[in-house]
Design a protein around this ligand. Structure first.
Ligand code: ADE
Length: 225
């Protein structure tokens, strides 16, 4: 997978991409991430990327020209399967959407800022709009990092067998069951006996039962399909 991320704050991605599973995936060459500073595509002397909205309203709007120049430059080098804009009014990201997007090879992620981006970008250049939740962030960068992480862990070979994405919460519309590790008793809080029994079938039954109980009590909507 190749991710090209267009942003006015490329440094914001250093943290999210420098640790754990995402870092390992990059190091193993299973994902390539390229950050593009939108200012590098500005055409004005002062490298402006935003301007006041027509009609007058509070806040600034990212201009179409630098965005178009950047996307056109990238598309001139390879084919992209989606050009994704991160925005609170996009389709809500969930596991099925992440699974679907993760099957694509080359993706452009565009991060908005301020009051948003010129609507013509959305009409003519964007193929998919994604929100990571019903709240407003200061920009699309954190959302792009969240989306990237959710995609990268699904790339074959990124997770080992024992941490396979198939056992993640949501993959089967169930939340994950509780997990425990040593010590078996801490203060007087004991791990459920069945987990120490060594009885594989009983352990699996218990885990499945717990997943259902947890889903019913916390996210019953996941069971309605
Ligand atoms: N940009 C600002 N808020 C966002 C959100 N909730 N999801 C995606 N992009 C955003």
């Amino acid at each position: 997978m190749r991710l090209d991320i267009i942003t006015i704050f490329p440094e914001m991605f250093i943290g999210p991409f420098s640790y754990s599973i995402v870092k390992r995936a990059i190091d193993k060459g299973l994902v390539e991430i390229h950050l593009h500073n939108l200012r590098d595509y500005a055409t004005t002397k002062h490298k402006n990327v935003d301007d006041y909205p027509f009609g007058g309203a509070a806040g600034m709007v990212l201009m179409i020209e630098p965005i178009d120049r950047c996307i056109t430059h990238l598309k001139g080098q390879r084919e992209y399967h989606e050009v994704i804009y991160l925005t609170p009014d996009g389709i809500l990201l969930n596991q099925p959407l992440a699974n679907h997007i993760s099957t694509k090879q080359n993706l452009i992620l565009l991060c908005g800022h301020y009051k948003g981006i010129d609507e013509r970008v959305r009409q003519h250049l964007i193929t998919l709009e994604v929100s990571i939740g019903d709240y407003v962030l200061s920009g699309g960068e954190l959302a792009a990092a969240v989306l990237s992480d959710s995609l990268i862990r699904l790339i074959p070979g990124v997770l080992g067998d024992e941490t396979s994405a198939l056992s993640d919460s949501f993959q089967d519309n169930l939340l994950s069951p509780p997990v425990y590790t040593r010590p078996a008793v801490y203060k007087d809080w004991a791990v459920p006996d069945v987990l120490l029994s060594g009885h594989e079938r009983k352990i699996h039954e218990w885990q499945h039962e717990q997943a259902i109980i947890r889903t019913q009590s916390r996210r019953p909507n996941l069971l309605e399909f």
